[in-house]
Ligand binder design. Structure first.
Ligand SMILES: Nc1ncnc2c1ncn2[C@@H]1O[C@H](COP(=O)(O)OP(=O)(O)OP(=O)(O)O)[C@@H](O)[C@H]1O
Length: 305
């Protein structure tokens, strides 16, 4: 399938610091691409580069199959975006803000505006001014503005920031609906693993400005591996038995008392026997599966759910 976004060695340098380094990413038409990375990883900067708000120091970008140049703005009406803090015309109502946006995007459908306000849960606030909105309401209005014209590509920077749990869930349902029913492609950034896990078809993991992995969620789920977890008061003694007696090398001391053994050459039964014979007190021994969260934490050092 044709990529809708393709970057090659995209690099941005600010004051001698490489904020984005050699990012080559591919967003396929019709997918939800989740951009996962901790605060300051460079997600917003990449989004600004895609929107031509800032210029790359090196590398290039192709959007809808054409190279992005310093002066190419003609594709902007095909993209809806929300990057960092939403800015509105504060003295105009929510409805008027959306009407104005639609007018300059060349999109004329008043019913669509009312429908979008309903989708984001702002129907009753359509005639209020954003200055009087809470953070979550501003976020909802900003999402409404990004999607109201049903653009081919929607770029959303941390769209669930400031939303309550119900709001988070309804946004997720909305993005999936737009993706399925209108074929809209999404690039959504988040530092919340569970959120990306629930929505993305492809995950791009970004760490210190580098795209360290770009994989389909399907593939990631298949990568989950089994391991045996032993909790013991004598992990050092257990480690010696694992290494010297059972010739297991692929194991890891997780906490003070927990060892994870990733080798499938040794069964849980023979492991238990060897540890007991070696006088290791076992508090628990269980076979477990690595979760996507484990994988992401291992890859990019994210700690939170
Ligand atoms: N105009 C700028 N001048 C100098 N440094 C900048 C500029 N814009 C961003 N940075 C730096 O680039 C790094 C990446 O910022 P960016 O906002 O892209 O990260 P992010 O992944 O979106 O993080 P967050 O989730 O916190 O928004 C940060 O260290 C930031 O301080």
């Amino acid at each position: 399938m044709n990529p809708i976004v393709q970057t090659r060695n995209l690099t941005k340098i600010y004051n001698g610091n490489e904020i984005v380094s050699d990012v080559s990413m591919t967003i396929k038409k019709g997918e939800i691409y989740g951009f996962l990375g901790s605060n300051g990883a460079g997600k917003s900067t990449i989004m600004k580069l895609l929107m031509n708000l800032i210029k790359p120091s090196r590398g290039n970008i192709e959007l809808f199959g054409s190279p992005l140049t310093e002066t190419s703005y003609q594709y902007l009406h095909r993209i809806g975006s929300m990057i960092e803090y939403p800015i509105f015309y504060e003295k105009m109502t929510a409805l008027e803000n959306l009407e104005l946006h639609c007018a300059y995007m060349g999109y004329h459908d008043r019913d669509a505006i009312l429908e979008v306000l309903e989708w984001v849960g702002l129907s009753n606030d359509a005639n209020k001014i954003p200055r009087h909105f809470s953070l979550g309401m501003r976020q909802r209005l900003s999402v409404a503005r990004a999607i109201v014209t049903k653009p081919e590509l929607v770029i959303l920077d941390e769209p669930i920031n400031g939303l309550d749990p119900e709001g988070i869930q309804s946004m997720r349902i909305l993005f999936k609906k737009l993706n399925k029913e209108y074929g809209m492609t999404f690039l959504i950034s988040s530092h919340i693993i569970g959120e990306i896990e629930q929505i993305a078809d492809t995950v791009g993991m970004i760490k210190q400005g580098r795209l360290i992995e770009e994989t389909s969620m399907e593939q990631l789920k298949q990568q989950n591996t089994e391991y045996v977890e032993v909790v013991t008061s004598s992990p050092k003694k257990a480690s010696v038995i694992l290494h010297d007696q059972l010739a297991v090398t692929n194991f890891k001391l997780i906490e003070d008392r927990t060892i994870r053994i990733f080798s499938n050459e040794v069964s849980q039964a023979s492991l238990t026997k060897a540890l007991i014979l070696g006088d290791v007190e076992i508090e628990s021994i269980r076979t477990k599966q690595t979760t996507l969260e484990d994988y992401f934490i291992h890859k990019i050092g994210l700690q939170q759910k």
